[in-house]
Structures are given as structure tokens and as C-alpha cells.
Design a protein around this ligand. Structure first.
Ligand SMILES: [Zn+2]
Length: 949
């Protein structure tokens, strides 16, 4: 069925299928509660089956799998389940496009997942499509050897799950966290429904912002609403801009006749009552004059090709003293007039002019205007103050006493104030006075619905919202976050920021699969709202099925009892018509597994799913059941490129397994990048990893076969100690979820150690079998099939997956001896460059180990001397210690006493073989030894004197 990976002769797939079958038969990964035994409950975000899983999902699930397998070795009862997310538009949209005969969608499926033609035709049915890809994804997950408990699998449209979601929403409702009201949402004009991150192409969360509109009244009686993010600059307007080529409309907006771009009229129609009266080009308004509603000045409308009719209203204020674009455009027209209104330290009266001139900007098309704008905006916003004289310029058009009253207001509340304060005050005042308003817009536009329609902002009335803006809810969620482990910890501020900015979120849609809102069944709970606490559901669904509980028995009282321990078991059992013992068993299973220990997902889910997961746990569960950790991993690129359907480079997980083998693929994903980094998957790397694994396999088997003698000498002691130290380091790395680091210790450094050992001995000793078995266990989280095969070949039963994490006895002294011998060999090889004809190395050993121990600790030479080291060697010894790496220093600190002379004597054969020359070893304090070249007296502890001849 599968071809052998190129460059490898080993049939990985055959070994993999054998062990996958045996794991399934023995139900190795289907845990039940074992009271008294510690548990580890880990989950990864379930996929939408609107396609099968690819290598990006694969990476996340693999990290979870490695952590799951590692914790089994550490003695934990581990639960790692999986389900499938059928809810919402992601599946529906794909099915609809297939039903509509979208050739591209079908070609994608054929190319990426090899879906047969006759299956494709049935995929117009969303349920058929979801079931198909669910099965395929499941096959893939089995194929790569994830240790998933499939007995708890579910989909989000199972009737039991729907009962669970109803309960969750009832709880949120009871706590006042679900509110009905008026609120802006991202909206698909075609589907007539709210859209969030998972309803859009590329999963882009629509970022809703608000423009301030300022109503300039024309001499023609029309209102020209300018859109701005800097309403305070209305005090310095010299003209308006309109795009002469743009399509504009005269429209009635809430009863007032306004001039705005056609696009703006369309967008605004989702927020206000808009009726377009007339369509025309922007040029027809050029040259007219309008009155500044604050200052009362009459200003002209000028043409400006740079005005984007798709942004704001298409009508723009020109403030040349403080906006570089405006200054440059007016300079091009020869119409510069500057009205200063903000003073900023470090700038003169006209910051825009100053920056444009300093940067040498040529004209209004100069791309550097973008940077100039940013600079002025930031400087004025963060350090700017409104000038004292602005009050004198307002209300020119007003009769007394209105003019004096207005000037009084500006003198008291605007003049001399920081810009950020003045901005909010002016905006609020204009709205109250009816000369300004607001307009919502998608700030990160264009954002497209999955159907291809560009999203707008709609102000919804009477819609249900999850009120993530509730301050108490935010506070509890922050407490949860603070109590939790986040990997990498650098992601924590992103969670904090998301908790801060999240506000009301539309939680239901009019279409898609899912659970209807219990009290308003025309609305379907959307996919990012029904996926926040389902980890709890995994713990109980198997037992619910075993006990034969029907969906209708899973009432609010049932879940209250099971998840919150509320109510009396006997009473609840009676009320739902179930056995009391059965009910208690469900509760016990939940209590055993919860809380969740680790949640894994790609980092793209931090601003939505992962933060909602925190919010909902904080709202529904008591503190002791709050989740304990999150791992957010980086992206996966394929051959240096982002995966995308349009490039057809989406690498389906199962196809990658067929191509490279499961273990080579796992090892490649584990070692190509650390968890928090983005990973670039290269097939060349996967092929060389396959070769490396094959070498490991052959090395272990041949060593075991050749191990023909007994006894443990220094080489065996060293290998065992080295292995112990590597496995300890790997365990520490896995405790930190540093998967790559751990995999390197186990798959690369361990191999080097074994090869090194084989160089030290002629015939391997049977004593190393213990090390080989330990190695099989340590590599199991990464390459479980290979590990099982080795475990069996080494005579062990039943499963490496169930063996405890290796605890080999390490002899630090042996490690130190070999590390030191290695250094010595290096040093001598260096000397030999100068004496190529040397046949013999004479080594003088200074056996005062206590000195070097002191030198490693000492902060300066004085400290070393006061520790008893003779003054004449202290300086040199201090330098020797300073040049050592941390590993060696740690060994020196750990080893109590070290007889350097005996250690080297024991390694004499090894040294001589490594160097290819005769070796003699003397004690430096042996007065009878010859002092060749003065090297005897020069010897320091762990820095022997060496003479070559
Ligand atoms: Zn749509």
C-alpha cells in the first residue's frame, strides 16, 4: 500500500500498522478512572470536518500526543480524547458551494484528499460531507499513531451534546451573561447574519471600529459628513476633499440629505435609515463651499484622487497644519493655508509641514506620507496639547450670546487640554449638538464571508449577545488566566489584551448545523460559542452511553448534578428516571478527570477560541475546576510556503504519513522547530529523519545481537550515566513542553552516545541492554511504533507505551572522567598540529580536585586564594574555570571527590587509541617523574600538563 520512503530500506508503515492494531486490540489508550492514581487530562481543539486534517492540525495534535505519552511514562492515568466540530457555517458553506457546482471546491478536494468523484457528488449535503471528512480525519489520526481514546468521540450535533450546550447557555443566561440588545456586529449582506472569525475566509476576525462623522453644511443646503478618527482637528480645517472620479450619492440619512460615496451609503444602510435620492460623480461637488459647523468658516471643496471612496464616507476634512497628506496635496495645488491648533513639544507650529519637508516628500503620491502621518499622529496623540487660542476661532457664524457661550465652553474644556481628552469631549459635544455622529466600519477590511461577500457592520437590535464586556466576568477570567500555565509565557499578554477588548459577541446565527437557542429556536448557537467547555463533556459521554441514558434524560438537573454537584443524587435520578448509582458514576467520572490539565491549539486561536474557553470556564465552573494550562503552538509552512487551497499545497496528514511513514513524520515535526516557533516542513528533512531512525533501529538491534560478554567497566558505566543524564534532561524539557529540545536529546544525542560507547569497546557488554531498553521507552513519545518494535525485539512485553520513564543510575564521576578525557584529547590534538612527528604524549596530572571545585565557584581570584589555592596558580586556575562550559561546571560541582590520576589511568587505552600515539601519565607531585619541558610544574587540576615527543 505504501512506497518505502526514498533513501530508506525500512518499511515503517508495516511496523506502524502492526502496533496500531495491537494498541487497539489491547485498548491501551482507553482509560477509566482509577481512584488514588494521579490523572492527566489533555485535549487539543477539535477540527471542523469541512476537509480532512492537514499537517498543521497534525503538529498540534502531535504535541498533545507527545505530552500524553510522556505523562503515561510518568505514571499518570492519561486521557486524550477527540471529537468533531460540525457546528456553523464552516461546513455549510463548503457543502453549498459544491451543491452549486463550484468546480474549484471539488478540484481542491480531489487534489488534496484524493476524494473520489462519486463521493464528491454527494457532498452537496453538509452532513454527508462532514461525516466523510470526519471518517477520513479519524483514519489519519490513527495512521500517525495518536494515542487517542476513541470511545469518547462525538460530534457537536449529537443530541446528547445539544442537551449539554442547552445547559451551558441556560447557565450563562441565569448569570446575566447573555444579553439582548443593540450592538454593532460583522455582517454578511448576502446571508443576512452576523459573522465572526470562523465564518470568514482565512478565519479573520472582523475588527469593528468607529469613525466620527462631522456634518459640514453646504451653501447648497446639503450636508457633507466627513469621516475622521481625529475629530478635534475640525478646528483647523481649510477645505474638504472629494474624489472627482468616485461614485457619490445624495441620500437621506435618518431624514437629512447628505452627500457621501455610494459605498458609504450602502454600508451606512446597515446602521441607519438610508435612502439614496441621486447618484453622481464626485466632480459635481467640487468647487462648492461648506460651513465648518464648529468654527463657522466657509471652506471650499477641492478634488483629491487620493480619497478612497471605500473608506469612511468618501468626504474628508483637510487639516494641512497637522495632516501630512493634506499639506502635500494643497502644496501640489498651490493653495497652502495653515491653521495651527495643537502644540507638541519638539515640533513647531505646523508639524505636518515640518515633517513633510524634513523627509523631503515630493508630492501627494509619495509613499513616505504614510510614515509621516504615523509620526505626526502618534506625537500629537501622546504628547500634544490643544492651543490656548482655539477658543477664539469657534462660533463665527453664531449670534450672541450663543457665540460667547460656545467660546466659554471651548476655553474651559478644550483649550490647553491634552489631545486625547479634547478629542473625546469634542466628539461627544458634536453628537449632542446634532452636528456630528458615528459610523461603524470594519477596520481590517476587506474581510470576506466564506460565501465571498464582503462583510459590513450592522447595528443589530434584539440580538442575543454573550456579554464578554461584563467587568466582573473579565475580572474572573483574568484571575483564571493568572492561575494558569501558558506555554509559551510570551503569549500571556495576548490573552490579557483579548480579555480586555472583547465586548458583546453575537452568539447565534440564522443558518448552519448546531444547537438552537433554548428560548429562541430560530437562532442556532454559533461555532465559537458552542465549543468553550466541551472538554468536560469528554469525561462523561462514554459512561452516559454505557448506561443507556437517553438524550431527554440529560436535563438541566442532570448536568447541574454531574458538573456542579448540585442537588441530591436520589432526587435527580428519580426526576429523570435513571438509576441513582448510575448517576453517581457519571459524576464520579467527571470529578476524577476534571479539571483539564492541558489545552493544545495553534496560536491563531488565542484571540477567539482559547480566550472564550477561559471566559466560559470562569463563568460556569468553580475555581477548583478551572483549566490548568494552555499550549499555543506556531504555524506550519510547507517547503517554505503558507498552506493554502489556492496553491494546492495543503499537505493532508494521511498523505504525509503514506509518503514518509508515521514515525519519520512525527520525528520531523517534533525536531524541526520548538513548540512556540513556526515550523517549515521540508520533505528532504523528513527523508533524512527516516534514514536517521532506520540507523537507530539497526544500531540498537546490532548492538543487542553483538552484546556477548558480561561485566561493567568504565565504558558501560559511562554509557549508562550519559543515558541517564540525557533522559533526565529530556524529562525536564518535556516538563517545560520543550518538545524539540527533548527530541534532540533522545533521538540525536542518545545515538551519538551509543556510537561513542561502541568506539570505546571491542565487544559490547550485555550490561548495555538495560540502556537500550531505557532508550526505547524514552523515544516512545516521539516515535512510538519504532519504540514498540525495539522493545519487543529486546525481549520486553507488553508495551513500551506503558513502561515507566527510565531511571538509570548515573555515575557523575564517570561522566566527568570521560568529559575531561574528551577535552584532553582535543587539547592534545591541537598541540599536535605543531609537532606532527610526535609519537608519545606525556601527561602530568595535578590531583588537587578541591582547587578546581573552588575555582568554579569563585567570583574572583581573591576569593579563590582565600579558599586555600596557592597564590602562584590562582590566576591561571581561575581562567581555566572561566573557560569551561556550564555542563562541565555543573558536573564539577556535583562530584564530591575526583581522582583525576586514576581516572586517566583507567582511560589510558582509550586516550592512546583516540590519539593514535603512546601515552604516559604521571602525577605532577611525583618528584621522581621527569619534568619534560617544564610541563610537570605547569599542570593544573583538570588542565593537565602535556609534553609531546
Ligand atoms: Zn455570506
Amino acid at each position: 500500500m505504501s512506497e518505502l520512503p526514498r533513501g530508506a530500506s525500512m518499511d515503517f508503515r508495516q511496523i506502524e500498522e502492526k502496533w496500531q492494531r495491537r494498541w487497539a486490540e489491547a485498548r491501551v489508550f482507553e482509560p477509566s478512572p482509577e481512584p488514588g492514581r494521579p490523572k492527566f487530562f489533555i485535549t487539543a481543539a477539535y477540527p471542523y470536518p469541512n476537509g480532512a486534517i492537514h499537517i498543521g492540525h497534525g503538529r498540534t495534535y502531535l504535541i498533545a500526543d507527545i505530552m500524553a505519552r510522556y505523562h503515561r511514562h510518568k505514571g499518570y492515568n492519561v486521557l486524550y480524547p477527540m471529537g468533531f466540530h460540525y457546528t456553523g457555517t464552516p461546513i455549510l458553506t463548503v457543502a453549498e458551494s459544491i451543491a452549486a457546482g463550484d468546480v474549484h471546491a471539488m478540484e481542491d478536494f480531489k487534489a488534496i484528499y484524493d476524494v473520489p468523484e462519486e463521493e464528491l457528488r454527494k457532498m452537496g449535503d453538509p452532513l454527508y460531507l462532514a461525516n466523510y471528512f470526519r471518517e477520513l480525519s479519524k483514519q489519519y489520526m490513527k495512521k500517525i499513531g495518536f494515542s487517542i481514546d476513541w470511545t469518547r468521540e462525538f460530534t457537536t450535533i449529537d443530541p446528547e451534546y445539544q442537551q449539554f450546550i442547552r445547559w451551558q447557555f441556560k447557565k450563562l443566561y441565569d448569570k446575566g451573561l447573555l444579553v439582548k440588545g443593540r450592538h454593532p456586529v460583522g455582517w454578511c449582506p448576502k446571508h443576512q447574519m452576523p459573522v465572526g472569525a470562523h465564518d470568514t475566509k482565512d478565519d479573520k476576525e472582523p475588527d469593528i471600529g468607529e469613525w466620527a462623522l462631522i456634518y459640514f453644511e453646504g451653501e447648497d443646503g446639503l450636508i457633507y459628513p466627513t469621516a475622521t478618527l481625529r475629530p478635534e482637528t475640525v478646528l483647523g480645517v481649510t477645505n474638504l476633499w472629494i474624489n472627482p472620479e468616485g461614485d457619490y450619492a445624495v441620500a437621506e440619512v435618518d431624514g437629512r440629505k447628505m452627500v457621501l460615496s455610494l459605498d458609504a451609503a450602502f454600508k451606512l444602510s446597515f446602521q441607519r435609515k438610508v435612502k439614496t435620492v441621486e447618484r453622481t460623480k464626485g466632480s459635481s461637488f467640487v468647487g462648492r463651499r461648506v460651513r465648518n459647523p464648529v468654527t463657522g468658516e466657509l471652506v471650499p471643496i477641492y478634488p483629491a484622487p487620493f480619497v478612497d471612496v471605500k473608506t469612511g464616507t468618501g468626504v474628508v476634512m483637510s487639516v494641512p497644519a497637522h495632516a501630512p497628506y493634506d499639506y502635500a496635496a494643497l502644496r501640489d495645488l498651490g493653495e497652502v493655508k495653515l491653521i495651527p491648533l495643537i502644540s507638541v513639544e519638539g515640533y513647531g507650529e505646523y508639524p505636518a509641514k515640518e515633517v513633510v519637508e524634513r523627509m523631503g516628500i515630493r508630492d501627494q503620491r509619495d509613499a513616505r506620507l504614510e510614515d509621516a502621518t504615523k509620526e505626526v499622529y502618534m506625537a500629537e496623540f501622546s504628547r500634544g496639547y490643544m492651543r490656548q487660542d482655539v477658543a477664539d476661532r469657534v462660533g463665527l457664524h453664531l449670534p450672541e450670546p450663543a457665540r460667547s457661550l460656545l467660546r466659554g465652553f471651548f476655553a474651559a474644556f478644550i483649550a490647553g487640554r491634552p489631545v486625547r481628552e479634547a478629542r473625546d469631549r469634542i466628539k461627544a459635544w458634536m453628537e449632542a449638538a446634532g452636528i456630528g455622529g458615528g459610523m461603524y466600519e470594519i477596520m481590517n477590511k476587506p474581510v470576506y464571508c466564506r460565501c465571498g461577500t464582503e462583510i459590513v457592520v450592522k447595528v443589530l437590535e434584539d440580538q442575543w449577545f454573550l456579554n464578554y464586556g461584563d467587568p466582573n466576568w473579565k475580572r474572573a477570567t483574568k484571575e483564571l488566566l493568572a492561575s494558569m500555565r501558558i506555554v509559551p509565557d510570551e503569549a500571556r499578554p495576548q490573552f490579557e489584551a483579548t480579555i480586555d477588548w472583547l465586548d458583546k459577541r453575537a452568539c447565534a446565527r440564522t443558518r448552519g448545523l448546531g444547537t438552537p437557542l433554548p428560548w429562541d429556536p430560530t437562532w442556532i448557537i454559533e461555532s465559537l460559542s458552542d465549543s468553550t467547555i466541551y472538554m468536560a463533556y469528554y469525561t462523561v459521554i462514554r459512561r452516559i452511553r454505557e448506561l443507556g441514558l437517553k438524550p431527554e434524560q440529560l436535563t438541566e438537573a442532570f448536568w447541574d448534578y454531574v458538573f456542579l454537584g448540585r442537588g441530591d443524587a436520589a432526587e435527580v435520578a428519580r426526576a429523570i428516571g435513571a438509576d441513582e448509582k448510575a448517576l453517581r458514576a457519571v459524576r464520579e467520572e467527571f470529578s476524577y478527570w476534571y479539571p483539564l490539565d492541558l489545552r493544545n491549539s495553534g496560536k491563531d486561536l488565542i484571540p477567539n477560541h482559547l480566550t472564550f474557553f477561559l471566559f466560559n470556564h470562569a463563568a460556569i465552573f468553580p475555581r477548583e475546576l478551572w483549566p490548568r494550562g494552555i499550549v499555543a503552538n506556531g504555524w506550519v509552512l510547507v517547503e517554505g510556503e503558507k498552506m493554502s487551497k489556492s496553491k494546492r499545497n495543503v499537505l493532508a496528514l494521511g498523505k504525509a504519513v503514506d509518503q514518509f511513514g508515521a514515525d519519520p513524520l512525527r520525528a520531523t515535526l517534533a525536531t524541526s522547530a520548538e513548540v512556540d516557533q513556526d515550523l517549515d516542513f521540508r520533505s528532504s528533512a523528513a527523508r533524512s529523519v527516516a534514514k536517521h531512525l532506520e540507523d537507530i533501529y539497526n544500531l540498537v538491534i546490532s548492538t543487542a545481537e553483538r552484546a556477548a560478554r558480561d561485566g561493567e567497566g568504565l565504558p558501560e558505566m559511562w554509557l549508562r550515566s550519559e543515558a541517564a543524564s540525557l533522559m533526565e534532561k529530556a524529562a525536564r524539557a518535556l516538563d517545560q513542553v520543550s518538545v524539540r529540545q527533548a527530541a534532540v536529546y533522545v533521538l540525536y544525542d542518545m545515538r551519538r552516545a551509543l556510537e561513542r560507547y561502541l568506539e570505546m569497546v571491542d565487544v559490547p557488554s550485555r550490561a548495555v541492554l538495560e540502556v537500550l531498553k531505557a532508550w526505547a521507552v524514552a523515544m516512545e513519545p516521539f516515535v512510538p511504533h519504532l519504540a514498540e518494535e525495539l522493545w519487543e525485539r529486546l525481549g520486553e512485553r507488553p508495551f513500551a507505551a506503558k513502561a515507566p520513564w527510565p531511571r538509570l543510575a548515573a555515575d557523575r564521576r564517570t561522566l566527568l572522567a570521560v568529559r575531561y578525557a574528551d577535552r584532553l584529547v582535543e587539547d592534545i590534538a591541537g598541540l599536535r598540529e605543531l609537532r606532527k612527528d610526535a609519537k608519545r604524549a606525556v601527561i602530568y596530572v595535578n590531583n588537587n580536585f578541591a582547587w578546581i571545585k573552588a575555582a568554579v565557584k569563585a567570583r574572583d581570584v581573591r576569593e579563590l586564594i582565600s579558599a586555600g589555592v596557592p597564590g602562584e596558580v590562582a590566576k591561571r586556575l581561575f581562567d581555566v574555570a572561566r573557560q569551561m562550559d556550564d555542563d562541565l561546571k555543573a558536573l564539577i560541582e556535583e562530584v564530591e571527590d575526583f581522582d583525576e590520576y586514576s581516572a586517566l589511568a583507567e582511560l589510558k587505552t582509550f586516550l592512546s587509541r583516540e590519539l593514535g600515539m603512546e601515552v604516559d601519565i604521571y602525577r605532577a607531585d611525583d618528584e621522581k617523574a621527569p619534568d619534560l619541558g617544564g610541563k610537570r610544574r605547569a599542570a593544573l587540576p583538570l588542565r593537565a600538563g602535556v609534553y609531546l615527543e
